[in-house]
Write a protein that binds this ligand. Sequence first.
Ligand code: HEC
Length: 160
Amino acid sequence: MYRKSIGRLALSSLLIGSSLIYAQDDQASLSESAIQGKAVFAVCQSCHDASLNPPKAPPMYGVQRRYQRQYENQQAFVDAIVQFVSQPTEDRALMKHPIKKLGLMPALPLGDDMLSNIATYIYEENFEPPCDHWANAISSEKGKGKHRKQVQSSFNELCK
Ligand code: HEC
């Protein structure tokens, strides 16, 4: 029942978003597991969509970069995401700033197989740099905090 409704959510998002989100489809370069993960990724995008303003979650571009920096191989990357999403805790989180801003992510116990497909997709996808998200953060975060500085330098490097 739960699985079914998630399937329906993913399907309707696919239909609505197909021309936008899936326009530059590089499906050919994704593994079988990542293709299956991509098909249900709308569940995550409902919060992690980089175009949401105000944001509901950090864009996946930054999540991917942070996890790739932390974990040297794909298996460790995937395992860590599966574990976090099944049961998010502040201790497990690598990114402290979003928790401060948005609170802890709710647990999404979708099953290890589905989460592992989604995490594989997050590992393999070439996400666009979230330029609009960064621009919004730069204008809303006054001052010279560490996060704002990082955002500014990413923006300067990738969005100008
Ligand atoms: C209801 C909104 C919501 C949904 C749906 C959601 N997330 Fe999140 N996610 C958040 C928020 C808020 C944060 C930042 C706070 C935190 O880290 O808990 C976050 C953070 C994360 C992080 C970073 C954790 C860290 O180490 O700091 C990962 C990884 C993640 N989400 C994966 C996912 C995946 C995969 C899905 C889909 C299966 C998903 N999220 C769906 C709200 C959401």
